[in-house]
Write a protein that binds this ligand. Structure first.
Ligand SMILES: Cc1cc2nc3c(=O)[nH]c(=O)nc-3n(C[C@H](O)[C@H](O)[C@H](O)COP(=O)(O)OP(=O)(O)OC[C@H]3O[C@@H](n4cnc5c(N)ncnc54)[C@H](O)[C@@H]3O)c2cc1C
Ligand SMILES: *[C@@H]1O[C@H](CO)[C@@H](O)[C@H](O)[C@H]1NC(C)=O
Ligand SMILES: *[C@@H]1O[C@H](CO)[C@@H](O)[C@H](O)[C@H]1NC(C)=O
Ligand SMILES: *[C@@H]1O[C@H](CO)[C@@H](O)[C@H](O)[C@H]1NC(C)=O
Ligand SMILES: *[C@@H]1O[C@H](CO)[C@@H](O)[C@H](O)[C@H]1NC(C)=O
Ligand SMILES: CC(=O)N[C@H]1CO[C@H](CO)[C@@H](O)[C@@H]1O
Length: 536
C-alpha cells in the first residue's frame, strides 16, 4: 500500500518537474531574446571605417565564405562548401599534423555523414584506421558486449578509430585539391563588424603581417578553446573532469575492434584501438584537482588507483605505458549550444557546442551539422543579404537538435551514471544501468543506437533512461518492498531525474521534444535579390 502512494507521489513530482521545465525553458527562451539585443551592443568587435567602404565590394566578391580553423569541423566544412562551388578562404593557425588525444573514435552515425560528404577515404586503411563494431562494458570483473546495430547496413559501415592528426591532415589534403578553396596558415584575431553585421576576419599570416579577409559569411570553427565564440553565443563552459591519455603497445584488446568502457572507481576508463598496433587508454579523473604529471603523482595515481581496475590482458601494457611516461591530459568540457544569431557569422564544431567525451560523439555532431548546413545553403546562390540569411539559418539551430541533443544528453547522463558514488541510490542506478544494457535485445541495441548516432530520437533516449531507473526500482521491490528499499527506490528515481532534467533543460525542452512548434523550423530560403526586384 505504502509504496503505491510513494510511487504515485514520485510520478506526480516527475510530471510536475517536466511541466516546470517546459515553463522554465519558455521563460528562459524569452530572456535569451532580450540577451541578444544586449549582446550586440556590448560586444568587442573591431568596427570598420565606413569611409573605406567603397573598395570593399571588390574584395568581398572574391570569397563567399571565410572559415576559421581547419580542424575536424573546419576542414570537413571547407571541403563540403568548396565542392558545392563556393569560393572559400580557410585560415588555420597550424597546418602541421596535430598530435592530440581527442577525436579518435568516430561513431558509425558519424561515418555515415562522412560518406555523405564524400570524405570517407580520409579514414581508411591508408591512415591505418580501425573498424569499431561496438563496445565492451566492464564492471567489477564482469563484462558485457554491446554491438552497434549494423545488420541493415553494408559491411563497410562501422565506427572508425584512428590518429586524429592523420585524419585531419587527410581532410586538409582533400581541401587543398579544390580550385576554389584557399587554405592558409594564419591566426585569426578578431571578427570584423560593420553595423551589426560580421564582414570577415582580421588575422596574422605566416609572415606575421596583419591581414583582413572579407566574405558575406564567416564560419568560426576554432575548437574547444575558442577565442572568437564570446561574441556569437552565450557560452557557459563546464569542465566536469579531465581525461588522461596513454598509448598501449604490443597487446590485444579482450574484444577486438571494440571500445572498452570500464565502470571504474571513481570514474570510467576507456580503451580503444587507434591503429593496428596501438591502443588508446583514456582515464577519466573527476573534479578540479588532477595529480601532477611533472612530479610523478600522476604515474603513482595510475599505478595504485587505476591499474587494479584494468582488465588483466591489458595490465602489462598499461604499466609499461605509465613507465614510459608520455602521459597527456586534456580537459573535458561541455557546453550546450546557445547561439546569438549574428548576421554574417556562424559557429560550428566545438566552438559552438560541446559534450562530455565519454561517448565519443563530438565529431559525429560536427559532421552531422555540416551536412545540414550544406543542404540549407545549397539553394542560395548569393549569400550577401546578411539579415535574411541569418533569419533563414535560425532553422539550423532547431533542425540539428535531434542528432545533437540525443548525443549530448546521453554523454552527460551516462557520465554521471557511470561514475562511482558513495550514495547507495547512485550505486543502484549504476548497477541497474549495467544490468539493463546486459539484458540484450532492445535494452542493449536501443541505447547503443542512440550513442552511435544511428538513431537520433531524443524521446527514445528519455524512455530508455527512465526504463533503467524503473528497472532499478523494480529490482529493489523484489522479493518484497521494505520501507528502506522503497526509500532507496524513490531516491534512485529522484537521482535519475536530477541527472537528466538539467541536461535536457540546457538543450531546450521544446527544441528537443517539440521542434515542430518552433517557428524557425519552417524558415524558407530567402528569395534571390533579382526575384525580390521583379516583384515590384
Ligand atoms: C579528451 C577528449 C576526447 C575526445 N574524443 C572524441 C572521440 O573519441 N570521438 C569524437 O567524435 N569526439 C571526441 N572528442 C571531441 C572532438 O575532439 C571534437 O568534437 C572535435 O575535435 C571538434 O572539432 P573542431 O573542428 O570543432 O575543433 P578542433 O578539431 O579542435 O579544430 C579547431 C582548429 O581551429 C584552429 N584554431 C583555433 N583557433 C584559431 C585561430 N584563432 N585562428 C586560426 N585557427 C585557429 C586550431 O588550430 C584547430 O586546428 C573528444 C574531446 C576530448 C576533449
Ligand atoms: C569556382 O568558382 C567559379 C566562380 O564562382 C565557378 O564558376 C566555378 O564553377 C567554381 N569551380 C568549381 C570547381 O567549383
Ligand atoms: C584510401 O584513401 C586514399 C586517399 O586518401 C586512397 O588513395 C586509397 O585508394 C584508399 N584506400 C582504399 C583501400 O580504399
Ligand atoms: C558477475 O555477474 C554474476 C551474475 O550477475 C554475479 O553472480 C557475479 O558475482 C559477478 N561477478 C563478479 C566478479 O562480480
Ligand atoms: C533491420 O531490418 C529488419 C527488416 O526491415 C527489421 O525488422 C529490423 O528491425 C532492422 N534492424 C534494426 C536494428 O533496425
Ligand atoms: C580535472 C580538471 O582538469 N579540472 C579542471 C576543469 O576545468 C576547470 C575550469 O576550466 C578547471 O579549474 C579544473 O582544474
Amino acid at each position: 500500500m505504502v509504496y503505491q502512494y510513494v510511487l504515485g507521489g514520485v510520478l506526480v513530482s516527475l510530471l510536475g518537474s517536466v511541466f516546470f521545465m517546459i515553463i522554465n525553458s519558455t521563460l528562459s527562451g524569452k530572456k535569451k531574446a532580450e540577451d541578444v539585443s544586449e549582446g550586440v551592443n556590448g560586444n568587442e568587435f573591431v568596427r570598420m571605417q565606413p569611409a573605406n567602404g567603397d573598395c570593399l565590394p571588390e574584395i568581398e566578391k572574391s570569397t563567399d565564405v571565410v572559415i576559421v580553423g581547419a580542424g575536424v569541423a573546419g576542414a570537413a566544412l571547407a571541403y563540403t562548401l568548396g565542392k558545392e562551388g563556393r569560393r572559400v578562404h580557410v585560415i588555420e593557425r597550424d597546418l602541421s599534423e596535430p598530435d592530440r588525444i581527442v577525436g579518435e573514435l568516430l561513431q558509425p552515425g558519424g561515418y555515415l555523414k562522412l560518406i555523405e560528404l564524400g570524405l570517407e577515404d580520409c579514414a581508411n586503411e591508408s591512415i591505418d584506421a580501425q573498424k569499431v563494431f561496438g563496445y565492451a562494458l566492464y564492471k567489477n570483473g564482469n563484462d558485457t558486449k554491446l554491438s552497434y546495430p549494423l545488420e541493415n547496413y553494408t559491411s563497410d559501415i562501422a565506427g572508425r578509430s584512428f590518429h586524429n592528426g592523420r585524419f585531419i591532415q587527410r581532410m586538409r589534403e582533400r581541401v587543398a585539391t579544390l580550385p576554389n578553396v584557399t587554405l592558409e596558415q594564419g591566426t585569426v584575431t578578431t571578427l570584423l563588424e560593420e553595423k551589426g553585421i560580421i564582414k570577415g576576419v582580421m588575422y596574422k599570416n605566416k609572415a606575421g603581417e596583419e591581414m583582413r579577409s572579407y566574405a558575406p559569411l564567416t564560419i568560426v570553427c576554432d575548437g574547444c578553446f575558442s577565442n572568437l565564440r564570446r561574441n556569437l553565443c552565450t557560452s557557459k563552459v563546464d569542465s566536469p573532469s579531465c581525461f588522461v591519455g596513454l598509448i598501449l603497445e604490443n597487446c590485444d584488446l579482450p574484444h577486438a575492434n571494440h571500445g572498452h568502457v570500464i565502470l571504474g572507481d571513481p570514474s570510467p576508463i576507456l580503451f580503444y584501438p587507434i591503429s593496428s598496433t596501438e591502443i588508446r587508454c583514456l582515464v577519466d579523473v573527476p573534479g578540479t584537482k588532477v595529480p601532477s604529471v611533472a612530479n610523478g603523482d600522476m604515474a603513482k595515481y595510475l599505478k595504485t588507483v587505476v591499474a587494479p581496475q584494468v582488465p588483466p590482458q591489458l595490465l602489462k601494457a598499461f604499466l609499461a605505458a605509465v613507465e614510459k611516461g608520455s602521459i597527456r591530459t586534456m580537459q573535458n568540457k561541455s557546453m550546450p549550444a546557445t547561439p546569438l544569431p549574428t548576421p554574417g557569422a556562424l559557429l560550428l564544431g566545438d566552438s559552438f557546442n560541446m559534450r562530455h567525451p565519454l561517448t565519443g560523439g563530438g565529431m559525429t555532431v560536427a559532421l552531422s551539422d555540416i551536412v545540414l548546413l550544406r543542404d540549407l545553403l545549397r539553394p542560395l546562390t548569393d549569400l550577401h543579404d546578411a539579415h535574411a540569411l541569418c533569419e533563414y539559418l535560425e532553422s539550423f539551430y532547431t533542425l540539428r537538435k535531434p542528432v545533437s541533443s540525443t548525443i549530448n544528453t546521453l554523454a552527460g547522463a551516462l557520465y554521471k551514471v557511470f561514475c562511482a558514488s558513495p550514495d547507495p541510490a547512485r550505486q543502484e542506478m549504476r548497477d541497474a544501468c549495467f544490468d539493463y544494457l546486459s539484458l540484450g535485445g532492445i535494452c542493449s541495441y536501443g541505447p547503443v543506437s542512440l550513442l552511435s548516432g544511428l538513431n537520433p530520437r531524443p524521446m527514445h533516449l528519455f524512455l530508455h533512461f527512465f526504463a533503467v531507473a524503473v528497472y532499478g526500482v523494480g529490482r529493489l521491490m523484489i522479493p518484497f518492498p521494505t520501507p528502506q528499499r522503497v526509500w532507496l527506490g524513490t531516491r534512485l528515481i529522484l537521482g535519475a531525474s536530477g541527472i537528466i532534467f538539467p541536461i535536457i533543460k540546457g538543450e531546450g525542452v521544446r527544441q528537443m521534444f517539440f521542434p515542430a512548434t518552433i517557428p524557425a523550423y519552417y524558415r524558407a530560403p530567402p528569395a534571390p535579390l533579382e526575384n525580390k526586384l521583379k516583384a515590384f
